[in-house]
Design a protein around this ligand. Structure first.
Ligand SMILES: [Fe+2]
Length: 105
């Protein structure tokens, strides 16, 4: 998906990729929150709020892009990468120990 954005695709392709990413993010967030709930992860309310904020930011990127703002493809890619790295690799790992202790022996 990010590869699609990285090759300087046209606006329709970029929007399609953003939509796919938003759909994936929604699915991922819902499933992740279910896991956290089952595991009794104390940080769930904060993490859920981060998910809401991320979806809002993604919607904002999509809206700006549709409105023809001067966001370059590179800016869109960088923001989406920041989202992926900052949240998926940093925040999501915080509950890994909780899940590991409960489900993985
Ligand atoms: Fe998350």
């Amino acid at each position: 998906m990010l590869e699609t954005l990285a090759v300087g695709a046209g606006q329709a392709k970029v929007l399609e990729a953003i939509n796919l990413l938003v759909d994936f993010a929604r699915f991922h967030f819902v499933e992740e929150e279910k896991l956290m709930e089952r595991a009794g992860f104390e940080g769930l309310p904060i993490h859920r709020a981060q998910h809401v904020r991320l979806l809002e930011q993604m919607a904002q990127i999509e809206r700006h892009f549709k409105e023809g703002s001067r966001l370059t493809d590179d800016t869109v890619i960088q923001r989406l990468r920041d989202w992926a790295v900052d949240h998926l690799l940093a925040e999501d790992r915080k509950y890994a120990a909780t899940l590991t202790g409960k489900y993985i022996q």
